[in-house]
Design a binder for this molecule. Structure first.
Ligand code: SF4
Length: 189
């Protein structure tokens, strides 16, 4: 099935259309900085794996970004291992699961980290700006800010999904990959 396999060249098109805002932001950061901090690499890497990015494609994807900042040797020594590790090919050989919303919402996010839940961990002014940049209308943005204020982060995310697709979603959002899968189901019929 197509939905179970994505390739690196699809990612920049899929991110604004179908990724939850937390993963869309990690992809934007990676494009802008050619780098992500440890937790961002882990969380985004596991999301992409669960979205159907194969190991060889993941290595290619991360390499294409990181090599804009470093040489192949450093990439291979410091980063390739952890990508293979995420896929259960190194170390304990565990097939790690992608993070769900609660784990991301409850996780700690330090200064300069970009891996948190968009609705929980983004400063309100920045969040408003980002939603505007994502073409979310003013009334929906206000509604989302109100939900965020009440700490209803996943409902805020649901409103975002609905705004992006111009349609209601039956299920609530509980996992970044579920957000993505519902989107692909909706867009591809
Ligand atoms: Fe990501 Fe979940 Fe937060 Fe939405 S609610 S931004 S999918 S962590």
């Amino acid at each position: 099935e197509d939905m179970c396999h994505i390739t690196p060249d699809m990612i920049d098109t899929l991110a604004p259309k179908s990724f939850p805002p937390c993963m869309r932001h990690l992809n934007d950061t990676l494009r802008a900085d050619h780098h992500l901090k440890y937790n961002g690499r882990l969380i985004y890497g596991l999301f992409l794996k669960a979205a159907g990015l194969k190991l060889e494609d993941a290595l290619h994807f991360w390499r294409s970004h990181f090599l804009q900042n470093m040489d192949v040797d450093k990439f291979e020594k410091r980063y390739a291992y952890s990508i293979r590790y995420n896929y259960g090919k190194e170390g304990k050989k565990t097939d790690f699961s992608p993070y769900g919303c609660l784990k991301i919402i409850m996780g700690s996010v330090g200064a300069g980290d970009t891996h948190g839940c968009t609705f929980k961990h983004t400063e309100p002014n920045i969040l408003k700006q980002r939603l505007t940049a994502y073409n979310v209308t003013k009334p929906v943005t206000e509604e989302i800010m109100d939900l965020v204020n009440k700490r209803h982060y996943q409902i805020a995310c649901q409103r975002y999904w609905e705004a992006m697709h111009g349609a209601p979603i039956d299920a609530g959002i509980n996992h970044p990959n579920q957000f993505f899968e519902e989107s692909q189901k909706f867009l591809n019929g």
